[in-house]
Design a protein around this ligand. Sequence first.
Ligand SMILES: C[S@@+](CC[C@H](N)C(=O)[O-])C[C@H]1O[C@@H](n2cnc3c(N)ncnc32)[C@H](O)[C@@H]1O
Length: 254
Amino acid sequence: MPRDRRDYYYRKARKEGYRSRAAYKLKQISERFNLINKGSTVVDLGASPGGWCQIARELSGGKVVGVDILPINEIEGVETIKGDIRLDSTIETIRGLIKKEGADVVLCDAAPNLSGSWSYDHARSIDLATSALLCARKILKPGGGFAVKVFQGDMFPDFLNKVRGYFEKVQAFSPQASRKQSAEIYVIGKQLINDAVKLNEVYTVTIEDVGADGDGIAKIDDFVVFVKRGKVGETLKIRIRDVKTRFGFGEIIP
Ligand SMILES: C[S@@+](CC[C@H](N)C(=O)[O-])C[C@H]1O[C@@H](n2cnc3c(N)ncnc32)[C@H](O)[C@@H]1O
């Protein structure tokens, strides 16, 4: 009898109507990190047969987009894309389906077909996870969250550091539903750091509005920057003095 058929989570998934035992991994990740909230827009990369999409839809009730090179049978309330997550064209198709503001959460449980060679499978898993990170940076809202599967190996610490460069809080996590002998681990990133605007850099901006405190409001690639003494309509040179998750502060360079 295949190992899966004796497995607790396999039987539980069958009983509870989930398409994969992996569904429980996402449930445990989301519970632990408070990743998917009511109304979250979620993009699930490497989503077939669809267990994570089912959980994402249950938790958010909002827009869920599943992407895979394999077909995903219809799931109520979930939109699907057949495509390779490593291609720009797939990311553009995802962008077309989510609202202009972007996704709240990007998930990736994608895995290469296993060759049996540990180092080769590890390298391909890192390649997929790196593509997922790139996609997350392109489609997440500032402050958005990310969870990605990686097979452990010598490139893992570098990958973890890379994720640390883009999210304020990053942690590696093994959900209970992962098999004890599995090489997989999940990297969870919370609060995507905006990288359109850099501290101490100089930008030329136009003041579009005025905030409640009377500061001018400008946008750099959709990122809001408050500019003291900036007046609507003025085009100014500013230096970025502080960067928060969702906005920054700039001062006028005379
Ligand atoms: C472990 S399964 C995902 C299971 C899913 N989370 C669930 O709960 O049903 C991994 C998936 O990654 C997909 N995958 C692998 N490489 C991919 C790629 N380059 N682009 C899109 N999907 C990919 C595979 O086709 C496979 O369906």
